[in-house]
Design a protein around this ligand. Structure first.
Ligand code: MG
Length: 271
């Protein structure tokens, strides 16, 4: 049984994308790759707008996929078409979408990198005897590849992916499954994620202690991105993963204690 840590917390669960891994930077690389071929008229200075459109997913296509309503390819095609239309590109043929996918995947998967605070924070939590895990709204194969590429495989036992039930957050079942596998009461588990509604509020509603990771400059323009509203409902808001350690009154990680210990890839940020 996991010992009780600071404040009675026994485990900390994390979202993966844009929480432990800088997925937005990888998407920026993917946007640059497809824009060069499919939006050749668009100056590179406007690529951040394309990235913002992708991340905002105003059509709700990715969440429809997470909710089990449409398959992965369908949501991706819809979002690719949305970008082509919004930024003055041609509609994608079937073959064109195949090429688009190839360019996107190659750039995306070669640009994954963990945030600088991820490995130190995970190390500090484990050193304190706390359980650590991940609940992610993407498929297991991709997330396992992402953890391996960012050196997080050894540090983060990947607990629950979209494959587990065919649905993801905010469905409470995925949180409960992670808690069940940790074998600790839900009320003693923190859940940290970059999306206030499907991460922090959903975890809170499932009986965990939800925390919104509001990294500066990383909001998506989604509804619910209001720190005061979350705090008013008893949900903590932090700006980086050190903030999670602070909430637990854990000491900062010792320099060099964990850096490189799990082979964290060193890459410059693309944003
Ligand atoms: Mg996320």
């Amino acid at each position: 049984m996991t010992p009780t840590g600071p404040l009675g917390v026994q485990a900390v669960l994390f979202d993966l994308d844009d929480t432990l891994v800088d997925t937005a930077a990888a998407f920026a690389a993917a946007v640059a790759a497809v824009a060069e071929e499919f939006l050749p008229h668009l100056e590179a200075a406007r690529h951040p707008e394309v990235l913002a459109t992708w991340r905002a997913d105003t059509g709700g296509y990715y969440q429809a996929h997470v909710d089990g309503l449409i398959d992965y390819r369908t949501q991706r095609r819809a979002r690719a078409e949305q970008i082509q239309e919004r930024f003055g590109g041609e509609a994608l043929s079937e073959a064109g979408f195949g090429r688009w996918t190839q360019l996107w995947d190659r750039a995306f998967s070669s640009s994954w990198v963990a945030f600088d605070d991820a490995v130190p924070a995970l190390g500090a939590l484990r050193s304190a005897g706390l359980g650590v895990g991940c609940v992610t709204n993407a498929a297991a194969a991709q997330q396992q590849a992402k953890l391996a590429a960012t050196g997080l495989t050894e540090t983060v036992p990947l607990l629950v992916t979209l494959d587990t039930f065919g649905v993801g957050k905010p469905d409470p079942r995925v949180f409960h499954e992670a808690v069940r596998r940790l074998n600790v009461p839900a009320g003693r588990v923190l859940y940290v994620g970059d999306e206030p509604v499907i991460d922090a509020r959903a975890a809170h509603a499932a009986g965990l202690r939800g925390i919104w990771l509001d990294r500066p400059g990383r909001r998506r323009g989604h509804a619910g991105e209001d720190p005061e509203a979350l705090r008013a409902d008893g949900i903590a808001v932090v700006q980086d993963l050190q903030g999670v350690l602070d909430l637990l009154h854990l000491p900062p990680p010792v320099a060099n204690d964990w850096s490189g210990a799990v082979g964290q890839r060193s890459m410059s940020k693309e944003e």
